[in-house]
Design a protein around this ligand. Structure first.
Ligand SMILES: [Mg+2]
Length: 190
């Protein structure tokens, strides 16, 4: 009988693909911000309050994820990992600054995944903000708050907004920081 694969839960934004908000904010403001210039999770907070409504109204004028680059090594690594792990993609599709305007995010992320990572099973895409309800053996996420609960191996994917999380904070929750996909493969495929 085939050995049961471990369940690997992988986040989407800023773990598999680069920041959609950086792209959309730059388009909207006509700026050229780089990801390193942000420390705060919500990049759209840089948009002046009085223009937020306009920003979110224009968010889906074109598919926000179209042509958005993958994070370096994500595709090749997930392909390799899929031989050993049962991969589930888990992503929130509700924008914190605009929940009512989020419906199209579900289809946009779905399209992105089937186009860019065609070897993954679409039946294993989980679109929810309640990630703590999902059972798994391993989780990879750039958002520290998502790394809780009794999942055995928890990896914090290095990102602009989590650089200041201390080793102590990580240790307390049994979280290990990984700097890139290569490091994930080194740990999970050894
Ligand atoms: Mg993320």
């Amino acid at each position: 009988m085939e050995e049961q694969k471990k369940i690997l839960l992988v986040d989407f934004d800023d773990t598999i693909c680069q920041s959609v908000f950086l792209k959309k904010v730059n388009e909207f403001l006509g700026t050229n911000y780089k990801i390193e210039e942000f420390k705060e999770y919500l990049i759209d907070n840089i948009i002046p309050e009085e223009r937020r409504k306009e920003f979110f109204a224009s968010f889906f004028e074109s598919d926000p994820y179209e042509k958005l680059p993958l994070i370096d090594g994500a595709k090749e690594s997930l392909k390799k990992l899929s031989k050993k792990y049962d991969i589930y993609i888990c992503s929130s599709c509700v924008m914190l600054n605009s929940p009512k305007n989020s419906a199209k995010l579900f289809s946009s992320k779905y399209e992105y995944l089937i186009k860019n990572l065609p070897f993954l099973d679409p039946k294993k895409f989980i679109f929810t903000s309640a990630k703590h309800l999902v059972k798994a053996d391993v989780i990879i996420d750039d958002y520290f708050s998502n790394l809780k609960g009794d999942i055995k191996q928890k990896f914090l994917f290095d990102s602009y907004h989590n650089k200041e999380k201390t080793e102590e904070e990580l240790k307390e929750r049994g979280v290990v920081r990984v700097k890139d996909w290569q490091e994930i493969c080194d740990i999970l495929l050894k």
